[in-house]
Structure formats: C-alpha cells, structure tokens
Ligand binder design. Structure first.
Ligand code: PDD
Length: 278
C-alpha cells in the first residue's frame, strides 16, 4: 500500500513515526474511518465535520485545509486503486518530551492508509450477528473519536470468547452503543429506538443518516436510551457504522431477538441507506 504521512506519499514500510509521538504515549490522537465503494468516498462531509469537532475538543490544529484534506482522501484512493473498503485517518498532537501537559510547539502527525474490504456484500447481513452485553468501561467523552481503543478491543475479545461477534456496552442500566458502532432496536410497534446524542456515545455519521432515512420512510423514531431487557425483547436490533452500514443483530446474550433472523425493517433501512448513500 501507499500511505500518507505528513505531506509525503510512501510505501507502507517506509512510513515511520517517532516513539515520542503523543498518539503512541498518551493516545493523544483522533481518527476517522470513511467507507469507500466503487472508488467513491461515502458520507465524506459528515466525517470531515466530526474530525474538525474532535480536533477542536482536543485543541489539535489540522495541518491541511478542508480542501486539501478532501484531495488527500481522493488521492489515496487513486494511488491504491481502492475500489471498496475504507480510509483510516489519524491525527495526533505530535512528538514532544513526555509531559502530561500539552506541548506548545508540537507538529501534529497526520497519517492516512487504506484497507480493502467487502462492505457492500457483507455475508453477515444475511445471517445477522450475535452480541453479548458487557459493562461500558470506556472513558466518559465518547463523543470525541480518540484512538483510546483498548477497552473496545478487550470487549471484542470477550465477545469472541463467549461465542458472539460483537459487544453491546451497558452503563447505568442502559445500552450505550456497540464497541465500534451505534446500537439500535425496533419495537414490536415498529418504532426505531436509538440513544440520543450526548458525551456517552460517538455521534455516528451512519446513525444520523439512518434516523433521517427512517423518518422519510415513515418509520417512527424515538431518540431515547433503552435497557438491555428492552433490547432482548425487541422485534429487531441492529448496529450502524461506516463500514457495516446497517448490520442486523439476531441474538443478545444467547437469546434470539425477534425471530432470530435479520428483521424486515432493519433490511429495509439497509437497502434504503445503500440506495441513497452508495
Ligand atoms: N467506528 N460508535 C463507536 C464507538 C465507533 O467507534 C463507531 C465507528 C461508531 C459509528 O460511527 P460512524 O457511523 O460514523 O462510523 C459508533 C469505526 C468505524 C471504527 O472504529 O472502525
């Protein structure tokens, strides 16, 4: 692969970052994942806007203008002849002597790479996936998309160890989100229930589109927190992210959700999302 690092296009083995980089020492870095289908960027404006917001929250200045950043995204797709998959972008505060206080003069480290992946024809859409409920032990500012991903990794490992594919995280008796996706349910009445935006969850770009698409399709939508019990008793469940789009969840803690197969409204929302965004 050809990757981007601070203005340079390099073979991946030549891209090197300092051991003093604060992304490495403090997880003082943010990231974005943008889907690519047919060589085209998906929901780019949403990802770019969230990136700006995360950077503003941490006081990291982007070395590129918005136009330059878009051009780098397009260029990395071209240079890697990426048809389908994702672009990973990370920006850290940069390298400095180890100190908890932010350094005054660090130069941010900006890097992008691509990953090929079948996002459109994901075989898990037909089967759905199973999830387990785990406590949400992440930090409390999940609205900032930082690279502090150790607990989500641990949760994924625990889910796999229990024979499931993903974890849904629970805090104070309510589901927050999945380890790397937003969590949603559909009630027996056909209402989409999704947790409202706050610091407790990442403000998913796919989530925002799905709420809008549901409303346009005449599916009622309630933005409120839901409990694990409500999720287990729901008619349908699914999660959303840039690379999963809409992924059906068919079991929670070993209990089937609804009929135990991908739900009709879930599949409808996925089809509408694909038709509109891809
Ligand atoms: N994850 N919640 C969390 C904790 C996430 O990490 C993500 C995305 C989402 C969904 O956001 P969006 O729809 O904007 O992708 C929700 C990315 C894909 C990842 O970490 O790979």
């Amino acid at each position: 692969r050809i990757v981007y690092l601070n203005g340079a296009w390099l073979p991946e083995e030549d891209a090197k970052v300092s051991i003093f980089d604060r992304g490495f020492l403090f997880a003082d870095a943010i990231y974005e994942v943008t889907g690519v289908v047919g060589g085209k960027l998906l929901e780019y404006q949403g990802h770019a806007a969230r990136l700006q917001r995360s950077m503003a929250e941490l006081g990291i200045a982007c070395p590129l203008s918005p136009d330059e950043l878009l051009e780098v995204h397009r260029e990395i797709v071209r240079r890697n002849a990426l048809e389908e998959g994702l672009i990973y972008l990370q920006i850290s505060r940069g390298a400095a002597d180890r100190d908890f206080a932010y350094p005054k003069d660090a130069t941010p480290t900006l890097t992008l790479f691509t990953q090929a992946k079948a996002v459109l024809d994901n075989p898990k859409v037909a089967t759905g996936i199973s999830v387990v409920l785990l406590p949400d032990y992440r930090w409390a500012r999940r609205d900032i998309k930082t690279v502090q991903l150790l607990y989500p990794s641990m949760a994924k490992m625990e889910a796999t160890a229990r024979g499931a594919e993903e974890a849904w995280l629970v805090e104070d008796g309510f589901v927050t989100e999945a380890s790397a996706a937003n969590a949603h349910i559909i009630t027996a009445e056909g209402t989409l229930v999704t947790r409202p935006l706050s610091q407790a969850i990442l403000h998913g770009i796919t989530r925002a589109s799905i709420v809008e698409i549901a409303q346009q399709a005449g599916i009622a939508c309630e933005e409120r927190a839901f409990t694990p019990e409500e999720a287990k008793a729901a008619a349908e469940a699914f999660m959303t992210s840039a690379t999963n789009f809409v992924l059906p969840v068919v079991a929670i803690d070993g209990q089937p959700v609804g009929a135990g197969t991908p739900g009709p409204l879930t599949l409808k929302l996925r089809a509408l999302y694909v038709a509109r965004k891809v």
